[in-house]
Design a protein around this ligand. Structure first.
Ligand SMILES: [Zn+2]
Length: 467
């Protein structure tokens, strides 16, 4: 099967140029002008990309399909969530397998493989959430690195659930110095947050709004600085997930300025939503995630961080819970609202609209943030994240002028609300290909359950070099 994407503008992290893309089977065979004349005319299928961008399929390295949280499960399955991702121009997700306290990493990973296998619309990989750090799980880390799960998420938040103390985090970091893995950190000071949260509830402040109040930005800034310092001591790079506060960004900036291999992602919700969204009574539960949404001045700094490469990746932390039947577990106590927002379908368009059209970043930087940098950092480049000969033909024909309105009534995520209800955005994935196969065409899903395959990854130590 040969497919020719004809007449578009290829946009990559490095630049933009008018070019056709010829696909042979699952990979890109040629990129250049006038490919009809050099064999492209024999293509089985031609896709007209005139007036549109051709970009590498987007990569979301932070999703939580079916995540167990607070007695319930994130609503999207690997099947529904990966399909929604495809609609939004994302052709790879890296999700989180979860080690439950007292159990092995292996058990958690096997359970996640069993859920995902044969159901995904797009290619997928796994990170491993570590809840216990001990001799047994440290040894297991080496095995996981060897089988393509080289990235491990630890938490300074959620005492009693996912929380690791500094010694545990440091031990895990030391292990990655030996086995070539990478530690990803949820950096908020959980024990301190729990103190302030309990005081707020005791004062009768139980609405979702207070979720955003009690998780002080300084608690994120402190924990971010602390884990970066621990990584420096262990001689390893570290990746801060879902950075939300300007205090945390400051910690990353200062660390990078002194030569530290500190990396960080942010998410669309921290760029586009604010603490005010947590108001309006219990409606605010729709916006409960951790770290929380911040006052508007934080986003101003995050956009600068994205433009100047103090932040390297935009992912979603997609973790959807229905407003009715799940978020309402937290009525009367914001601490019981399941934490997480839907977003896997909207990231590419939101960042195009607010970022590129909004003038914060170039279209090349947009591609870098949503595809190329995550591919490089998480061991998928140049197989993914590139429009280059030999790369997987994960491609999106993107209409930068098309406008559409985000709504729960039209989105494909399996959740009963949208954080962006009624928001009009500019930019739309008109055709999406996964390894050469068209899976989205003009708003219709034309792929099949199980198209997606598990991706074995190896962290790029070159890219994440400690200077
Ligand atoms: Zn997460």
């Amino acid at each position: 099967m040969r497919t020719l994407i004809h007449g578009g503008t290829v946009v990559t992290a490095n630049g933009s140029h008018a070019a056709d893309v010829l696909i042979n089977g699952a990979t890109i065979a040629a990129v250049g002008r006038g490919l009809e004349a050099t064999g492209g005319d024999g293509a089985d299928k031609t896709i007209d990309a005139s007036g549109k961008y051709v970009i590498p399929g987007a990569i979301d390295v932070h999703t939580h399909m079916e995540l167990p949280f607070g007695g319930t499960f994130a609503k999207d399955t690997f099947e529904t969530g990966s399909r929604a991702a495809a609609w939004g121009g994302t052709t790879t997700i890296v999700d989180f397998a979860v080690q439950s306290r007292g159990k092995s990493l292996r058990e958690g990973l096997d359970a996640c493989h069993a859920k995902a296998e044969g159901t995904c619309a797009i290619d997928y990989g796994f990170h491993m959430i570590m809840s216990d750090v001990n001799d047994a799980t440290l040894a297991e880390m080496d095995a996981l690195v060897a089988e393509g799960v080289p990235t491990f998420k630890l938490f300074t938040a959620y005492p009693g659930v996912f929380f690791s103390d500094d010694g545990a985090i440091f031990r895990a970091m030391q292990q990655t110095a030996k086995n070539g893995g990478l530690i990803m950190m949820h950096a908020e000071n959980g024990p301190a947050i729990d103190v302030v949260a309990a005081q707020a509830v005791a004062e009768g402040k139980t609405d979702p709004y207070y979720h955003g109040v009690v998780r002080y930005p300084i608690f994120e800034g402190e924990a971010t600085n602390r884990v970066i310092r621990l990584a420096e001591a262990a001689g390893v790079p570290v990746y801060i997930v879902h950075l939300s506060a300007k205090e945390a960004l400051h910690s990353v900036r200062v660390a990078r300025d002194r030569g530290s291999a500190a990396f960080a992602e942010t998410c669309p919700q921290y760029l586009l939503l604010t603490l005010d969204d947590l108001g309006n009574g219990f409606e605010g539960a729709k916006f409960v995630c951790s770290p929380p949404l911040r006052p508007a001045d934080h986003a101003v700094e995050l956009w600068k961080g994205l433009a100047k490469d103090d932040l390297q990746v935009v992912s979603t932390d997609h973790c959807p819970f229905d407003f009715v039947g799940q978020k309402d577990l937290g009525k009367g106590d914001f601490r019981k609202v399941p934490n997480g927002l839907p977003g896997v379908e909207n990231r590419v368009d939101l960042l195009h609209d607010a970022g590129v059209v909004g003038g914060h970043i170039t279209r090349e930087r947009w591609v870098e943030l949503i595809s190329t940098a995550p591919a490089r950092m998480f061991g998928l480049y140049p197989r993914k994240g590139a429009v280059a000969v030999g790369s997987d033909a994960d491609l999106v024909v993107y209409d930068p002028a098309a406008r559409h309105t985000i709504s729960a009534s039209t989105h494909h995520m399996n959740v009963d609300y949208s954080c962006y209800e009624g928001r009009e955005v500019q930019g739309w994935s008109t055709v999406v290909l996964s390894r050469g196969k068209t899976i989205i065409e003009n708003g219709a899903y034309v792929g099949a359950k199980g198209d997606g395959r598990f991706l074995r990854r190896a962290v790029s130590q070159d890219y994440l070099k400690v200077s």
